[in-house]
Design a binder for this molecule. Sequence first.
Ligand code: SF4
Length: 333
Amino acid sequence: MNYLLEVQAEERRLLEVKNLKKYFPVKAGVLRKTVAHVKAVDGVSFHINEGETLGLVGESGCGKSTTGHTILRLLEATGGEVIFDGKDVLSLNRREMREIRKEMQIIFQDPYASLNPRMTVGEIIAEPLIIHKLVKNKEERREKVAWLLDSVGLTADHMSRFPHEFSGGQRQRIGIARALAVNPRLIIADEPVSALDVSIQAQVINLLQDLQKKFSLTYLFIAHDLSVVKHISDRIGVMYLGKIVELADKDELFNNPLHPYTKALLSAIPVPDPEHKKERIILKGDVPNPVNPPKGCPFHPRCPSAKDICKQVVPELKDYGNGHFASCHLLEE
Ligand code: SF4
């Protein structure tokens, strides 16, 4: 790539995460001494271009939500870098962080727990407008809230109602409206449809796609299910025990998975056409305890292709062409 193209490609990067780490101390004894660490996020790196959706998938406890929360500094990182639009997020002071939060919003998994039950929907959506001084008076506030409700498929009549009066899907729409209130550029969608009925999931994903086009949004879309991220993502990263084990363009990942873990996840997705049915790869055992992860490749105790080297040496995440990254010793042969 020549220098100019390289600069242009760099310029499109809205978010860059480099070697991000989040370790939680494990305390024990009367003195509550730190006896170990849970490496919830252990050297995660990726970027997201402006207007793109990066899906992040993995089983529960793999560190994908912690990655999202650490990027926004809802949790403080143990190490690494988060560069948003050229700004070093992890070194910003409180005032600077408050400013940048307008541009980086989050939609939480549980629309029941993330909305204050004592506030009306109008108050919930107006709150960020007031905090960030984005409206001048009551009338302007009301107009903006009505417009936001309309944008997510609800109406101004819903403003005076309370969250418990809405269905799960509607509550998630309220959470999306609240996130949109501050005109963000990046939205971290943390399992936004996991708590919803399957019939409602597609509606919310379609809404997020429509909003992405309308407001030129960039998404980090976190889910535990590859079939959920498939529809919305441009690229997908697969996480296992705090690390990204594979990252590729969506079609490339689905058509040509390289890592045994990704292959197992893909084999679990039901295929409607029996002619294209793949043999299901059943993984042995559960995800290992992150307090005491296995030596070598963290996936080796469950991997159907594990070899001796896998028990000793951690495989590096390498680029196997066209931005298709994977970490597995088998690929190095
Ligand atoms: Fe399996 Fe070894 Fe590859 Fe890890 S490095 S995924 S254990 S083959």
